[in-house]
Design a protein around this ligand. Structure first.
Ligand code: NAP
Length: 274
């Protein structure tokens, strides 16, 4: 009989605010169950971030995911962060190495891996809509894969800032009318199309036929209006759920040091999202 949790159960979790909607517990706990690892993953709704990070050390929590709004602010409370987290300017994963808190970022890897399942990225011309935190993580990952990047954002000054960082070009959203035909891949990193505004779309749908691949990082709903319209026009589509899954898989493998049960984690995720 399974006697977990018990006095030797390892604790993992997510810190964010709010976190009640997080799908991370479902994914990580399903992996622990399948691999018979004596560990549990919990959600911590945190407003006092410094106290929560001290609590990780004090309680011996083994690993933590970090989500909105703490991904940038958490950096100052960690002992060490890696080069990728420095470049992205955000940490979404903390590893507790015998009391030393090490921060890294797996969001970029989630986005890149979801794309690479479908298309080789080197020299591909990619439009990224949005210039926020997730756009920054994805852009840096794509730059390292040798992609050619254009940032289109509602606030053009932010598009410019990100384009400078990843050696790409930039524009507002309206300019997409003229330039879309030059690109292979479109990625939406804005919340446009997310419940309850699931009838909204960030780009004129007729432009979608210019792209081979369209990815939306919004995952609620899974099949956004953008992806429906792209599929109608013959594009390959990638859901935000894939990015969510692959960033979690990278976290799990960093914490547990063994391969994650991808299929089971995906099944748990799909079941939870209905
Ligand atoms: N699938 C995943 O694993 C995953 C991971 C992270 C995030 N996400 C999702 O990605 C989305 C963005 O997250 P984030 O952390 O990058 O947010 P963020 O840092 O707040 O950035 C949001 C971006 O979207 C733009 N934007 C917002 N509302 C817009 C609108 N009505 N029309 C046009 N542009 C708009 C903003 O433009 P301005 O600069 O003009 O304000 C900004 O560039 C969220 O829906 C989040 O749930 C998914």
């Amino acid at each position: 009989m399974n006697m977990y949790p018990n006095a030797t159960t390892d604790i993992y979790g997510i810190v964010g605010h709010p976190v009640g909607h997080s799908l991370s517990p479902v994914m990580h706990n399903s992996a622990f169950r399948i691999l018979k690892i004596n560990a549990v993953y919990l959600a911590f709704d945190v407003t006092n971030l410094e106290a929560a990070i001290n609590g990780i050390k004090a309680l011996g929590i083994k690993g933590v995911s970090v989500t909105i709004p703490h991904k940038q602010a958490v950096i100052e409370f960690l002992d060490e962060i890696d080069d990728m987290a420095k470049r992205i300017g955000a940490v979404n994963t903390i590893i507790n190495r015998d009391g030393i808190l090490f921060g890294t970022n797996t969001d970029w890897l989630g986005g890149v891996r979801a794309l690479e399942e479908v298309i080789e990225l080197k020299d591909k011309k990619i439009v990224i809509i949005g210039a926020g935190g997730s756009a920054r993580a994805i852009c840096i990952g794509l730059k390292d894969r040798g992609a050619i990047i254009h940032i289109a954002n509602r606030t053009v000054s932010k598009a410019k800032e990100l384009a400078l960082l990843c050696g790409g070009s930039f524009s507002g959203l309206k300019e997409l009318d003229e330039i879309s035909s030059e690109f292979d891949i479109l990625i939406n990193t804005t919340p446009v199309g997310m419940y309850p505004k699931h009838n909204e779309i960030v780009i004129d749908p007729k432009l979608l036929s210019n792209f081979n691949v369209v990815m939306d990082i919004v995952y609620s709903p899974v099949e956004t209006l953008l992806l429906k319209e792209a599929r109608k026009r013959g594009c390959k589509t990638i859901t935000g759920l894939k990015m969510l899954l692959y960033q979690a898989i990278a976290q799990f493998e960093l914490w547990i040091n063994q391969l994650a049960p991808i299929k089971e984690m995906e099944k748990a995720l799909l079941k939870a999202i209905g």
